[in-house]
Design a protein around this ligand. Structure first.
Ligand code: GDP
Length: 362
């Protein structure tokens, strides 16, 4: 007689094996005790081990509070070795050719013997869960180049969060020894302003034959540009691109003089023919020579650091009010009173700060 089939819900069945797609090394790394120490991380970074760099960036991108001490230790250890790169911000609307341009430009730089890191600031990845900049098929050639490192934007974060981890990633990449760090962004939210505030040189990519409205160029972006590159200047486009370049050069002269002493330039380039790519690097090098000799290069970095300190302090303070139940309740009450015009926003902030400080006193 056939044995009776067990159909009870309590019956246990043999579990399935892990699929091959799970990297066993990666899972062991996730294990709490398997994390390298801060020392191991920094030694790995200083010795040029790209796996350690990548893992350290993952630690600083982590929103898990358990990782924040480790992240701080790594960043602090890397700081003294940071600062020796040229940080270039590149922006332009989707389709303007950013990734193709960065690939050609990056290859040009590695051929000159430079080490290049490409980071992305893409807050769209947190809004739509579909990154504009982060898909894997981009920059296929540069990815294979051993002197290049490409890191997509951390997803699931606000612009503030992405900006923070990108700044800290710059520190790690500089300690690792990259000569040029390219930070790519699209004009989502205030991402261009955030990238401008963390770079030495800002490059705007455009295409000829479309007005700013069509290209989605926001007001104020042109004023931030140290260089405008009219991209896709090849084939039938060459003539139009050259014309657009002349127009831009003329328009850029009307902007108020920059405190860097630099007059913004316009160039044409093509990632297909590589025409204009060397000139982009020459222009950036000219900018660096000029601003290093007149002191602006360092002055700007110092200002950026101090501005970042103030910004972080404001953010952290506000965060305290959001996280602490009592403070949060006071904040909400003040918000109400401000909207009812019972108290001015300035006085409300002063009162909240007084209460906050009183609460901290022994
Ligand atoms: P992104 O969205 O700004 O990163 O733009 P992509 O780099 O993905 O480029 C968008 C499209 O423009 C792709 O189909 C590219 O092949 C094309 N493209 C990019 N650069 C050039 C160029 O220099 N010349 C020409 N003719 N096409 C280009």
């Amino acid at each position: 007689m056939e044995p009776e089939k067990k159909t009870s819900a309590l019956q246990e069945i043999k579990g399935v094996e892990s699929p091959d797609s799970i990297n066993p090394k990666a899972t062991s790394f996730v294990g709490k005790n398997k994390f390298p120490s801060a020392n191991e991380f920094t030694e790995g970074i200083f010795s040029g081990n790209i796996t350690y760099l990548s893992r350290a960036i993952t630690v600083i991108e982590s929103t898990n509070p358990a990782h924040s001490d480790l992240a701080s230790q790594i960043i602090t250890a890397c700081l003294p070795k940071s600062g020796n790169s040229i940080r270039i911000g590149i922006t332009g609307v989707p389709g303007v050719g950013k990734s193709t341009f960065i690939e050609a430009f990056g290859k040009h730089l590695t051929a000159l013997g430079k080490k290049v890191a490409v980071l992305a600031v893409d807050p769209s990845s947190s809004i739509s869960h579909g990154s504009i900049l982060g898909d894997k098929t981009r920059m296929e050639e540069l990815v294979k180049d051993e002197n290049a490192y490409i890191r997509p934007s951390a997803s699931g974060k606000t612009l503030g969060g992405v900006a923070r981890s990108t700044r800290e990633t710059i520190t790690l990449c500089e300690a690792f020894g990259f000569d040029v760090i390219i930070i790519e962004t699209v004009g989502v939210g205030q991402s261009e302003t955030a990238v401008h505030a963390m770079t030495d040189f800002f490059l705007l990519l455009k295409i000829s034959g479309a007005g700013d409205e069509l290209q989605g160029i926001k007001r104020g972006i042109m004023e931030m540009a140290d260089l405008v590159v009219i991209n896709k200047a090849d084939g039938d486009n060459i003539k139009k691109a050259k014309l657009a370049r002349t127009e831009f050069e003329r328009a850029l002269h009307f902007f108020p003089p920059q405190s860097s002493g630099w007059t913004p330039k316009a160039l044409t380039a093509s990632a297909v023919t590589h025409d204009g790519i060397p000139e982009v690097w020459e222009t950036i090098s000219d900018y660096v020579s000029l601003t290093e000799s007149n002191g602006y290069f360092l002055e700007r970095r110092n200002l950026q650091d101090l501005e970042w300190l103030s910004q972080s302090l404001k953010d952290r303070l506000l965060q305290q009010f959001e996280l602490d139940a009592n403070l949060n309740e006071s904040l909400e009450q003040m918000k109400k009173k401000v909207l009812e015009k019972k108290i001015s926003p300035f006085i409300a902030a002063s009162r909240l700060l007084e209460d906050f400080l009183k609460g901290r006193k022994p």
